[in-house]
Design a protein around this ligand. Structure first.
Ligand code: HEM
Ligand code: HEM
Length: 214
């Protein structure tokens, strides 16, 4: 069978992906530390500054995360055909059929691959939910960080009410990103093993391999 290289993901999408993925790793590690520090905090402020550093890294990674989320929202509107939100959600006949067929093949009920250049719609839908969760995560984060800044206070109180609530939701949402990451990495490797389209490398190079129509 003949294959040809097809351009799929823009540079901005790939940059967003890795900024998002790497910042989440830093945010989860430092987030756990902020929640319950595992070093001897008696040293705080004298020999080491464990909490200070962890919070600093958390906030820097938080800004990277925020920039990545803004880039993704931009691409949902102005990205290429595979990157737009209309390709991700089950809102057209083609997308609904793809969602249904993907669920059947992921459940091992049918062993067929349905060619599509961008994401399958099950993945696309999960990514949109992840970006919505990310918006709540960053808004609760900024409310925790700047409770005295009028705009964040108004937004934070409106959505989360107290700081404690915001912190609780911020913590719960962390688990979405962690569970998502494990299932996501499993599934992209599973897909890459099943289909010769070069899925994993596409998030580095931007290209996928598709059957050549002759
Ligand atoms: C996936 C993204 C993120 C994860 C997994 C995460 C995780 C966490 C966790 C687990 C905590 C500790 C709260 C607790 O359980 O007691 C925390 C605290 C906090 N996070 Fe995040 N966070 C994320 C994004 C952000 C962002 C974007 C910001 C905004 C800059 C932010 C700002 C904060 C602040 C201000 C605190 C409180 C620090 C303190 O009380 O000393 N976080 N985060
Ligand atoms: C070894 C690590 C990883 C690899 C190899 C990888 C690979 C990929 C690939 C191949 C895609 C495109 C999949 C498709 O067509 O549906 C993708 C998309 C995506 N990945 Fe990852 N990924 C990794 C880690 C992560 C992590 C840690 C996160 C976040 C927790 C993440 C979040 C996402 C998101 C949100 C998308 C959708 C991109 C979009 O919005 O269009 N990835 N990843």
């Amino acid at each position: 069978m003949l294959y040809e290289k097809k351009y799929c993901w823009s540079v901005l999408l790939r940059l967003y992906h890795w900024a998002f993925a790497l910042s989440i790793i830093a945010l989860v590690v430092t987030g756990f530390y902020i929640n319950s520090p595992w070093t001897n905090t008696m040293q705080e402020g004298s020999m080491t500054y464990g909490m200070t550093w962890m919070r600093y890294i958390h906030f820097v990674a938080g800004y990277v995360f925020t920039a990545a989320v803004i880039a993704r929202i931009f691409l949902y509107i102005f990205g290429n055909a595979q990157e737009r939100i209309t390709d991700a959600l089950p809102i057209t006949g083609r997308n609904i059929r793809n969602l249904y067929k993907t669920i059947l093949s992921y459940a091992y009920i049918r062993d067929e691959h349905y060619p599509r250049l961008g994401h399958n719609v099950l993945a696309g839908l999960t990514y949109v939910i992840t970006i919505v969760a990310a918006v709540f995560q960053l808004v609760s984060g900024f409310y925790l960080l700047f409770p005295e800044v009028a705009n964040w206070e108004v937004i934070g109180v409106t959505i989360f009410n107290s700081q404690q609530n915001a912190r609780f939701i911020h913590h719960l949402l962390m688990w979405w990103f962690m569970i998502f990451a494990f299932i996501h990495i499993y599934l992209v490797i599973w897909n890459d093993l099943k289909e010769p389209e070069g899925l994993v490398s596409s998030i580095f190079t931007g290209d996928k391999f598709k059957e050549k129509q002759v």
